[in-house]
Design a protein around this ligand. Structure first.
Ligand code: SF4
Ligand code: SF4
Ligand code: FES
Length: 250
């Protein structure tokens, strides 16, 4: 057992500050365990959101020593023995209390995305896809909605352009639909205009923080941006569509 210094942000939407705790930490603990120990021993009213403690529910997102991370997957032995651990709520979303934010903006974005519109089944009643298409879409479906990527994206975080860009989490949801060969909806106009694909300048910060290791930028956002360019800025593709009615690009 070792004593560690934790600085935990306490407050609400109006005001707040860091409170320092000296905590006894056992071998094998993660940051969420230490926060629970602080709740149990020193600050019973400390607000922390969590559910699974297994890196799968996406609830325990916070900023730990300045990096967006899941507190249940951040092991205490990943810090230096004398390092102070500073814990604060996600910066991109409004604080409700202590480490708990209001992330409801994200759920509103989710509702704006038109649902999957599958083409008719094959005559034998089945749907068929190539395995490579299944694999491609499957990667995007690993998302646990932790919103760490939304938190780190500078378009939402520093520029506060939530009015213009839906953010990386929803770009990959759109990618999962747009790249699904069974989906019949033409999503490119909305990806460009309503969801703001042009706002992303491919910094890859979102990919770096994703706990599910989804290659958000290279596998999701860049292919969507390419499809937008093909549709709106590639003169040959535009001519092809006019002459031959070529629609959704695969
Ligand atoms: S790559 Fe795009 S979506 Fe990801 S953090 Fe950078 S600007 Fe945001
Ligand atoms: S894409 Fe990754 S970082 Fe973003 S919400 Fe999903 S799991 Fe979290
Ligand atoms: S508590 Fe579920 S991901 Fe951390």
């Amino acid at each position: 057992m070792a004593s560690r210094t934790f600085r935990v942000w306490r407050g609400n939407a109006d005001k707040g500050d860091f409170q320092t705790f000296q905590v006894e930490v056992d071998t094998g603990m993660v940051v969420l365990d230490v926060l629970h120990r602080i709740q149990a021993r020193e600050a019973g009213d400390l607000a922390v959101r969590w559910n699974c403690k297994a890196g799968k529910c996406g609830s325990c997102s916070m900023e730990i020593n300045g990096k967006p991370r899941l507190s249940c997957m951040t092991r205490m032995n990943s810090f230096g023995p004398d390092e102070t651990i500073t814990v604060q709520p996600l910066k991109t979303f409004p604080v409700i209390k202590d480490l708990v934010c209001d992330v409801s903006w994200n759920y509103k974005q989710n509702k704006r995305i038109a649902r999957f519109k599958p083409k008719p089944r094959d005559p034998d009643g089945n749907y068929r896809m190539f395995q490579e298409d299944v694999d491609r879409v499957q990667e995007f479906r690993k998302c646990i909605e932790c919103f760490l990527c939304q938190d780190v994206c500078h378009v939402l975080r520093d520029r506060d352009r939530k009015d213009a860009f839906v953010g990386p989490r929803f770009m990959i949801r759109l990618a999962g639909l747009e790249m699904n060969p069974l989906d019949t909806d033409d999503r490119i106009p909305a990806i460009r205009k309503e969801f703001g694909s042009g706002m992303c300048n491919i910094t890859r910060c979102c990919t770096e923080v994703c706990p599910e290791h989804i290659n958000i930028t290279d596998n999701g956002i860049i292919p969507l941006k390419e499809r937008v360019v093909d549709r709106y800025y590639d003169p040959l593709a535009m001519l092809g569509r006019k002459l031959f009615g070529i629609g959704k690009r695969r």
